[in-house]
Write a protein that binds this ligand. Structure first.
Ligand code: AMP
Ligand code: MG
Length: 334
């Protein structure tokens, strides 16, 4: 973790948002709050600014970025317009889920620098609901390319401090808009002949399938795990803490050493005692709460020098599909 001694986040106010707009217009990077996770933002129309994102994150340049917009009207800046009629119908059936934690992959405009889309013919766009991000998008008038504000492959940030911890010496400013309310990266869906779920999130596959009147299964990759780097968020190892992460198994013994425990609901006192530290993510096992606090718990326990972290699991449906997706990637060591 690179902590820059001088770097601090700045509370989001009219003035600090104005300062962030100036940095962005000048081609610099700003850490920004969204409802999903914190983003590392740059002007999506400025190729050299976009390249700084890849350099700061250590992100491979074949992994395209999500472009954030204030509203549907702004889509014309980055999307090839008009959409073809089939895609337009699919889009209209889900457009009311914006602003929110949903990213839609559509044909790109020629204006967009290749660096944003990793040379692909499509662009991923999102209209976030976070009021600070909304204000920043409107005031700057810029489409903002913003992947998660973490070093590539590490756990996504859900507080301004997480951004400072990981990228503090590589950004001009971090705007603090509070802890993220969703806490998991956006759902990504690609529209086309047949819509496809590229990454599960808080807007569930079930919700999308209902809107399109299709079975959930038809949205999912054939083997649930594409091997092609179509959405490199799907690269298998991703979002990982450095400490080995294991799934709780009641029939197995607790691993040796100092072990941390991530619990989705309160543990019995006897079970708690077997761990060096326990973080309970929800009083009632509410998976939205679990999603909200999961990454912060992973980061906190990862910083404690434990021998292992054991986590609860859940059924991979609804928001649980996104939680299990992130946990499987975090547990994977290849
Ligand atoms: P991040 O914002 O760090 O969560 O990363 C953005 C995610 O969006 C990655 O998983 C990308 O692969 C995905 N993405 C961005 N643009 C596209 C695109 N044109 N087609 C498919 N996936 C995309
Ligand atoms: Mg990311």
């Amino acid at each position: 973790m690179t902590v820059s001694p001088n770097m601090r986040s700045v509370a989001a106010t009219d003035r600090s948002i104005e300062a962030a707009c100036e940095y962005l217009a000048a081609g610099e990077l700003v850490g920004v709050p969204t409802e999903t996770v914190y983003g590392l933002a740059a002007n999506a129309l400025d190729e050299s600014a976009v390249r700084k994102i890849f350099a700061a994150k250590g992100r491979p340049d074949n992994n395209p970025l999500i472009v954030h917009l204030p509203d549907v009207a702004a889509m014309r800046q980055v999307v090839r317009w008009p959409l073809d009629p089939v895609v337009m119908d699919q889009f209209e059936a889900i457009a009311d889920l914006w602003p929110g934690p949903l990213t839609i992959v559509l044909p790109r405009s020629e204006r967009l620098p290749d660096a944003v889309t990793a040379g692909q013919a499509t662009v991923a766009v999102r209209i976030p609901s976070h009021p600070v991000m909304q204000q920043l998008l409107r005031r700057s008038g810029l489409p903002l390319a913003a992947p998660s504000a973490n070093r590539s492959k590490y756990v996504s940030p859900t507080t301004a401090q997480h951004v400072v911890d990981g990228l503090g010496d590589r950004v001009s400013m971090v705007l603090d808009g509070g802890a993220c309310t969703i806490g998991l990266e956006s759902t990504i869906v690609a529209l086309g002949e047949q819509p496809r779920l590229l990454r599960p999130g808080a807007i569930t596959a079930e919700t999308l399938a209902t809107r399109w009147n299709i079975p959930v299964e038809s949205l999912l990759p054939v083997d649930q795990r594409p091997v092609v780097l179509e959405a490199p968020g799907m690269m298998l190892q991703h979002y990982s803490p450095r400490t080995p992460l294991l799934f709780a198994d009641p029939s197995a013994s607790v691993p040796a050493g100092r072990v941390g425990r991530i619990a989705f609901e309160p543990l019995s006192p006897e079970e708690s005692k077997t761990f060096a530290v326990v973080r309970v993510l929800s009083d009632t096992g509410d998976l939205n709460r679990v999603g909200q606090h999961l990454f912060a718990a992973m980061r906190e326990l990862d910083a404690m020098g434990l021998d292992a972290i054991v986590t609860d699991t859940c059924a991979a449906e609804g928001v649980g599909r996104a939680i299990m997706d992130r946990l499987k990637r975090a547990a994977c060591r290849e």
